[in-house]
Write a protein of this length. Structure first.
Length: 188
């Protein structure tokens, strides 16, 4: 929690491209965060390809990313789907955050996926969930937020808009903040 006692959630994902649809979903999530919480977006665009030779002196973008996760109360990932799985740059960032010590351990997290296809990135989302089993993060199961045909859900202002998806997003974000608060109070 930050100085104003607000729950701080790290927001990770989107693709690296300008105009990324999943980045627009992440931006919408930022606006839907429940009162008393905020989403702080990670910048993973400059994280180098993982190389264990550099673990002792990781580059600044890696340090920043690890610190953001470490100092946040929980995390939210919005992933697109590449070739039925997690995009390489996102998996790469997660790999950097997992060694030499795993900053995701015991953290409560939520995952959303979006794609231009009919399955809404569900396959990528489940691959990602599998990684977080090994990382011992506490990923929420419900509601599932899987946004298909995402390119058809962008308004003329360039914002993601979809009434049904937004309801699921809001519910998942409420659950995330609720669980984070529970975890904090139980730890006291
Ligand atoms: C390399 C690559 C692989 C893709 N593979 C899939 C896929 O397996 N399933 C899917 O639904 N969409 C796939 N797509 C389409 C993406 O869903 C679409 O490009 C989406 O807009 C990417 O997310 P972004 O808008 O945040 O960049 C793929 C796109 C790329 C560039």
């Amino acid at each position: 929690m930050n100085r104003e006692n607000k729950v701080v959630i790290a927001g990770i994902g989107g693709s690296l491209r300008n105009g990324s649809f999943s980045k627009k979903v992440l931006e919408k999530a930022r606006k839907l965060m429940p009162e008393g919480s905020s989403l702080q977006l990670a910048d993973i665009s400059s994280i180098p390809i993982f190389n264990a030779d550099h673990l002792r002196e990781p580059s600044a973008p890696v340090v920043d990313f690890r610190n953001l996760i470490d100092h946040s109360d929980g995390f939210l990932i919005v992933t697109p789907e590449y070739n039925y799985s997690v995009p390489g740059y996102l998996k790469n960032a997660i790999d950097w955050a997992s060694v030499p010590n795993n900053v995701f351990a015991k953290k409560i997290g939520a995952i959303m996926s979006s794609s231009t296809g009919m399955i809404g990135g569900a396959r990528a989302q489940y691959h990602l969930r599998q990684s977080f089993v090994f990382l011992d993060a506490r990923i929420l199961n419900r509601p599932e937020v899987i946004i298909n045909f995402v390119d058809k859900k962008i308004n003329e202002m360039g914002e993601f808009v979809d009434e049904i998806a937004e309801k699921f997003m809001r519910d998942l974000l409420n659950n995330l903040v609720f669980e984070v608060k529970n975890q904090k109070s139980l730890a006291r």
